[in-house]
Design a binder for this molecule. Structure first.
Ligand code: ATP
Ligand code: MG
Length: 604
């Protein structure tokens, strides 16, 4: 067990977070801990008074308690009853306060984690297994966080019980507290190392736990439900889950049993440490050095010192484990986005005058050496619509992701009106882009919200939202929804319904359209892949109309859509191999020509 500066800092941060999130609970718990710690010692002392008083009064007489109402016995009994009552009440209230603390402080910690991860401008944390493992540990870290604070609370109970009992044992003999303390020390080391290797196991199992969660998601969520059944995959995923679970459980069990044996071994020393002063006190009582009350008090104190030491050691171990467990939580809170954004004055982006330029842009995904884009030169002039064509995996979507700054290029630069987009405010940049992603989201919220996400300020403007729905060819579908715009979309929602594949794509289009008045660039990645050919024409007309006067980048496999662009770029294995208008490219009879004629002939 090593408590270094890092861990002390973590403890401090956890305490500060706990106190800020639930100040009332923290103070109350502190006071209750003090009461719970000290009460048993007072009870022991009352016990001593009662025994001594009874021994004194009982000598050779036969009268009961009623004859001795003037003695110390009645107040002692009253104090005893009051203390028992207080302890029981305090224990119950403390339990409730711990639950409150867990909910409030744990909730606040989880909120901070959610806000942090959602606030990352890039998405690399979701694509990097190592970062995902840390995220998985950070999620568990939220529980460790409140465990840490409650363990500290219980350690305090131990401490409050320990200090008076420890001091009082010196009344037996000066060496008694020393023996009790020294024989408890080995347990500290053992508990520390037990916690150390349980943490090693927890860390080494983070990946297994994450995979188990992944399989659980496949088995328990709607998006996989159909194919899991149609391809009869439950056993496959259950099998994988099971084998990960078994590996994890074996490792945890081994760590636990190793720990148990070590603790049992060292407890022998602790027991001997308690036995020596105990025998000493019994001997003293027989010789008449101590009264019977002293015997009861001292025996109780020895037991109390042991119990509170144990409490502190085990809670200390728990705290130690929790400190390690909470580490990844703070590590995620401290994570920085891989994108750098220098703060800029709010009006630094005006209306576009010089357009967008990719100069010598190369890119490979984090953690991979393969260049997905290489030496890209590409321009979009103000008011121009360009099309990007190329086979699957050519890098088209990747290029759009760079433009939205979900990633930054490894080489080269992308400029907007001559300014490197890395130097622009990322929110302003994204406000200027209306995008229909290739894998657009099916947000499980209402139709209103699904469209309104395009521009949150227009969420309540029914007429505008309905116009966008109409432009995207979604008006009929919205009319048929039981509660119109306010119908929840997604069958897992109360009163929810689902849309067809093409309707979801139109919804994504409507969402992007809502942004167009502000947006100066439209990025459409396969915007009509799921739309039926009969109505594709109308949707394309709308998109073309809206693209007019602003810049548009259309990624498509549909040649008629590419054809209507001002200029076409052909991407092959991450490089631009051809560029020009439809007419030019047809005339040069190369890659585009082949793609175009092949697609046209397949319709004949
Ligand atoms: N997040 C990612 N991490 C690592 N590699 C990726 C990632 N996304 C895509 N790739 C790889 O980058 C290459 C280009 O992918 P991209 O999605 O840009 O292709 P595309 O041209 O849009 O293809 P499609 O026509 O199928 O949509 C692919 O080979 C793919 O394997
Ligand atoms: Mg793509």
């Amino acid at each position: 067990m090593r408590i270094d500066r890092q861990k002390l800092k973590t403890i401090k941060r956890a305490l500060i977070l706990g106190r800020r999130a639930a100040p009332g609970e923290v103070w109350l718990l502190l006071i209750l801990s003090l009461l719970l710690g000290v009460a048993p010692i007072v009870i022991l002392y009352i016990g001593k008074i009662v025994i001594d008083e009874v021994t004194r009064l009982a000598g050779g007489q036969t009268e009961g308690l009623l004859a001795h109402l003037g003695s110390l016995l009645p107040p002692a009994i009253l104090a005893f009853v009051a203390l028992i009552f207080i302890m029981d009440t305090v224990e119950t209230v403390r339990g409730l306060q711990i639950d409150n603390f867990r909910d409030r402080a744990g909730g606040e910690a989880r909120r901070q984690l959610l806000a942090k991860v959602a606030g990352f401008e890039d998405i690399s944390i979701f694509e990097n297994p190592e970062a995902l493992n840390t995220l998985q540990l950070a999620e568990k870290g939220v529980d460790h966080f409140w465990r840490l604070v409650t363990a500290i609370g219980r350690m305090l109970i131990g401490l409050f019980a320990f200090v008076p009992a420890f001091v009082l044992t010196a009344a037996i003999a000066w060496w008694v507290p020393l023996v009790l303390f020294l024989t408890a020390l080995p347990a500290v080391i053992v508990v520390g190392s037990v916690e150390e290797f349980s943490w090693d196991v927890e860390q080494s199992q983070a990946e297994n736990v994450r995979y188990m969660k992944l399989y659980e998601r496949i088995l328990l969520t709607e998006i996989y439900a159909k194919e899991v059944r149609l391809f009869r995959l439950p056993d496959f995923f259950l099998g994988h889950w099971n084998s990960r679970f078994r590996t994890m459980f074996r490792a945890m069990k081994a760590a636990r049993s190793r720990g148990t044996w070590m603790i049992v071994g060292w407890s022998v020393i602790g027991a001997l440490g308690a036995a020596v002063p105990y025998v000493f006190v019994i001997d003293g009582a027989l010789r008449g050095v101590y009264t019977l009350g002293d015997l009861a008090l001292f025996a109780g104190l020895i037991f109390q010192v042991r119990r509170s030491l144990e409490l502190m050691i085990f809670e200390g171990g728990d705290m130690y484990q929790a400190v390690q467990g909470v580490g990844p939580f703070f590590a995620v809170l401290d994570m920085e986005s891989e994108l750098s954004s220098e703060p800029v004055p709010p009006d630094s982006m005006g209306s576009t005058t010089a357009g967008i330029r990719f100069s010598h842009v190369s890119f490979s995904y984090p953690g991979s050496d393969r260049a997905v884009l290489e030496g890209i030169y590409l321009t979009i002039k103000p008011g121009e619509t360009i099309a990007l064509v190329g086979e699957n995996g050519a890098g088209k979507t990747t290029l759009t992701k760079l433009l939205c700054r979900l990633y930054d290029p490894n080489q080269g630069e992308i400029t907007w009106d001559g300014k490197d987009i890395r130097s622009l405010d990322i929110d302003q940049l994204r406000d200027r882009i209306a995008v229909v992603c290739q894998d657009y989201a099916h947000f499980p919220v209402t139709a209103r919200e699904n469209i309104g996400f395009g521009d949150l300020s227009k969420m309540d403007q029914d007429a505008t939202l309905l116009t966008m729905a109409r432009e995207a060819g979604l008006d009929k579908a919205v009319e048929q929804l039981p509660a119109g715009l306010d119908t929840p979309l997604g069958t897992m929602l109360e009163g929810g319904t689902d849309l067809s594949g093409g309707e979801w794509q139109r919804l994504a289009i409507a969402r992007a359209l809502l942004r167009t008045p502000k947006a100066q660039l439209m990025i459409l990645d396969e915007p009509t892949a799921a739309v039926d050919p009969q109505s594709e024409h109308e949707v394309l007309e709308t998109l073309r109309r809206l693209a007019r006067g602003r810049m548009a980048l259309i990624v498509t496999h549909r040649m008629p859509l590419a054809r209507s662009a001002d200029r076409i770029f052909v991407l092959q294995s991450g490089r631009i191999v051809e560029e020009g208008s439809h007419k030019d490219l047809m005339a040069s009879k190369a890659v585009y020509y082949t793609m175009f004629t092949r697609q046209a002939s397949s319709y004949l």
